[in-house]
Design a protein around this ligand. Structure first.
Ligand SMILES: [Fe+2]
Ligand SMILES: [Fe+2]
Length: 264
């Protein structure tokens, strides 16, 4: 895909230019995802039912810790980027719904409940998932995420969030593999069915009666508005494309680390 005009600090993009750039970011992210995650050894073996359970356990143990912390960081980002959402007040509701979704669906404390349910089916305890130190190669994705959430501009942060939509397709593959090859019931694989839906489709926000946007669609809407804002910082070395692709590379690294360090 031809690269559209790169956004710059202080420059407003038109809605059409912003959409073209966001479409480009997503296509670029998906191309990297197909190569490094979808066609990678880990997912290829998982889909075939050939990935050893100790590798699955190691991965999920590390992933669980990351997912808990990233939901905490999302809550912090509400405060850090509040001025943007006050300027773009129509986006504040969907932002709150997305942050709340991770914390209250299906009920408080939120997605960590479905995470622990799937962990239990993998014979992983809450302590093993949420308290044990994780592998250095596996925590790199978390530490990069932390850096961008704390130091990054809103452009960097939503560049990073581009990655989230890939988790819907990835979760669908996990759900299918666990329920067809590994003897998991649908309710045991609930972490993955929850994310296949939440990261792509509109869905119920806990039991509030409110419908939340799919996280991917929400992220795309924010990015388009960020590019039209004209009041956004772009630090050297942290383009939105870099932030999106680094997440795919670090996700692939967590997978390699699990394959090299099975957790019996
Ligand atoms: Fe989640
Ligand atoms: Fe999500």
């Amino acid at each position: 895909m031809k690269k559209p005009k790169e956004p710059k600090a202080g420059e407003k993009m038109s809605p059409a230019e912003a959409k073209a750039y966001v479409d480009y970011l997503y296509e670029t992210m998906y191309a990297r995802w197909k190569q490094k995650i979808d066609a990678g050894q880990f997912m290829t073996q998982l889909r075939a039912g050939k990935l050893p359970m100790p590798v699955i356990r190691r991965f999920f143990k590390n992933w669980g810790r990351f997912s808990l912390e990233v939901n905490g960081l999302n809550a912090v980002s509400y405060y850090i980027h509040l001025p943007f959402f006050v300027r773009n007040f129509d986006l504040l509701g969907p932002l709150c719904a997305k942050i709340a979704d991770e914390l209250i669906s299906p009920k408080p404390p939120g997605h960590v409940l479905v995470l622990l349910k799937t962990a239990e089916a993998m014979k992983l305890s809450r302590q093993e998932v949420l308290e044990d130190p994780y592998l250095p190669e596996a925590r790199a994705i978390n530490d990069f995420t932390h850096k961008i959430f704390m130091d990054g501009s809103i452009a960097e942060l939503w560049g990073l969030h581009v990655f989230e939509e890939s988790l819907s397709h990835w979760s669908g593959q996990w759900f299918k593999a666990l329920t067809t090859h590994y003897g998991f019931s649908k309710s045991q694989a609930v972490y993955f069915s929850t994310h296949e839906e939440a990261d792509l489709e509109p869905h119920a926000l806990g039991d509030t009666g409110v419908e939340a946007m799919g996280h991917g669609a929400f992220n795309r809407a924010i990015l388009e508005r960020v590019l039209q804002d004209g009041n956004i910082e772009f630090r050297a070395g942290y383009s939105m494309e870099y932030c999106a692709l680094a997440m795919i590379d670090l996700h692939a690294q967590m997978k390699r680390a699990a394959m090299e360090n099975p957790y019996p």
